[in-house]
Design a protein around this ligand. Structure first.
Ligand SMILES: [Zn+2]
Length: 226
């Protein structure tokens, strides 16, 4: 499953000049352009739903998927939305990094965030900050993660920028950037709402304009945060 989504993502990027590195567990680390320091955007490659043939249905602003019998099945927007944002960013931002983690989701009794737990933190030595796009809804910037893990300062994103895109700083749960902070990563990170709802359920869906709003928000953070 992760192999399929990896090839899909890389196919979408075959017209962009990037360097792709991988590690033993299978994370993808992408670099575009050359600089002393980079902004970095993160997402996870896996999803909770088992593979099946899915048809994408668009109903106004809402996007979801059905199986062959037209039963709703989870569309994997958690975290395909994050991957969509990264693909779009890599087409327009001249200098950036992206980290695409495997095995973020918990698998029965096996804990999640295995890709981010095992990756080499040294890859982030020239990274200024990491914006992960892996949060439900449309308005959260998670700045404090699971177990009170501080992800970034409350003013990491200026108030006027938050207001412009309808976001606010909140407390949230666990995802890869939280794991990286728990492992001692020093740079600021946060996790942004990227327009998905009902994650991990058959009724999962995306509100597409909210996903696009997240992309524009990330673009403006990258353009203005030096
Ligand atoms: Zn997720």
């Amino acid at each position: 499953m992760e192999d399929m989504i990896k090839s899909f993502v890389l196919d979408c990027l075959n017209d962009v000049s990037i360097t792709v590195e991988t590690d033993e567990i299978g994370n993808l680390f992408i670099t575009k352009g050359e600089a002393e320091t980079y902004p970095c955007v993160a997402a996870h490659l896996d999803e909770i739903h088992s593979p099946c043939e899915r048809q994408v249905i668009t109903e106004g602003d809402k996007v979801y998927t059905v199986d062959r019998l037209w039963n709703r099945v989870g569309c994997g927007a958690d975290d395909k939305n994050g991957l969509w944002i990264i693909i779009n960013l890599l087409h327009s931002v001249p200098v950036m990094k992206a980290s695409l983690f495997v095995q973020e989701e918990r698998d029965g009794d096996i804990a999640g965030c295995r890709g981010s737990h095992q990756c080499n933190l040294r890859w982030f030595n020239d990274v200024k900050y990491i914006l992960q796009c892996d949060r439900k809804g449309c308005s959260d910037v998670v700045s404090i993660g699971k177990m009170d893990t501080i992800l970034c300062d409350p003013d990491f994103i200026p108030g006027d920028l938050l207001e412009k895109y309808g976001y606010e700083m909140v407390r949230g749960g666990k995802t890869d950037v939280v794991e990286l902070k728990m492992r001692g990563l020093k740079i600021p990170v946060c996790n942004l709402s990227c327009g998905y709802y009902d994650a991990h359920k058959n009724s999962e869906y995306t509100i597409f304009p909210q996903l696009k709003n997240c992309l524009n928000f990330v673009l403006e953070i990258i353009e203005t945060q030096n």
